[in-house]
Design a protein around this ligand. Structure first.
Ligand code: ADP
Length: 253
């Protein structure tokens, strides 16, 4: 039997994250909000996926359920060969720490630690040990070498987000989850951060799943999943800014 291969290279496709018929409801009775209404999706190694959709369509809920930051109402999330929905809280915390990476809109750096200490934090907390040389590779690629002794308050927003990206990548996570990573950045700084995520995908086969409302950011991805009212309603491969804009106008129309 033929082994399936991705479009861009001849390596076998490896599914690193799979969502199966996810539902997520908040509240009860008349006030119940159905944030996810049966979402299934597959994420392959080395694939950069953007998740888009109108405000309230369920993007953050989907990302948080995939990343084990929120519980699901029904359905499964499989990371590698582990079903997150079957894990205890302790097992889930350990899996998140050892195998997943996170970048948020608000950077989430510890203010009393230097940039280097923030980057090494997951390592220090007992996650997967970073390989020798990988710290230097990331720090150099993100242009942070001269900033390692600075505390977050002494760094620009873009530099803080680059520190957050470096921290998230240091343990070589199976999946990097990013929730509006450029939401607090000006466009040129946002471009740098997105460019680095793209490089991590192309050079190191990093898997990235990113929520964004910005078509420019989505155009860095290999594909865009569009959510509306808690469902995946469309998918776009090889997105460009124009194609994403057009698709969003259609959805709003
Ligand atoms: P998006 O990220 O696309 O803006 P969200 O995933 O944040 O959408 O929200 C999807 C729906 O779930 C919205 O109707 C939102 O109000 C609701 N929701 C999200 N989080 C909660 C919560 N903690 N409690 C109640 N409702 C929530």
């Amino acid at each position: 039997m033929d082994t399936p291969t991705s479009q861009h290279n001849e390596r076998p496709v490896e599914h690193v994250a799979v969502a199966i018929d996810l539902t997520k409801s908040y509240g009860r009775g008349d006030g119940t909000v159905h944030a996810l209404r049966g979402v299934s999706a597959t994420f392959s190694r080395g694939q950069f996926t953007a998740i888009m959709g109108p405000s309230g369509s369920g993007k953050s809920t989907f990302l948080h359920c995939l990343a084990g930051l929120d519980t699901v109402t029904s359905g499964s999330v499989v990371i590698g060969d582990v079903d997150l929905t079957k894990l205890s809280r302790t097992e889930l915390t350990k899996l998140r720490r050892d195998r997943l990476g996170f970048v948020f809109q608000s950077f989430n750096l510890l203010p009393m630690l230097t940039a280097e200490e923030n980057i090494r934090l997951t390592d220090r907390l007992g996650g997967r040990r970073a390989e020798a040389g990988w710290f230097d590779t990331i720090v150099n690629a993100l242009g942070l070498r001269a900033r390692l002794r600075h505390r977050p308050a002494e760094l620009s927003g873009g530099q803080q987000q680059r520190v957050a990206v470096a921290r998230a990548l240091l343990t070589r996570p199976e999946v990097l989850f990013a929730d509006e990573p450029t939401g607090n950045l000006d466009s040129s700084t946002g471009t740098e951060v997105l460019g680095f995520l793209r490089t991590a995908v192309d050079t190191h086969r990093q898997t990235v799943i990113m929520v964004t409302h910005d078509p420019v950011a989505a155009a860095y991805a290999d594909r865009v999943l569009f959510l509306a009212d808690g469902r995946i309603v469309d998918e776009l491969a090889a997105p460009t800014n124009d194609l994403v804009h057009a698709r969003m106008r259609q959805m709003e129309g």
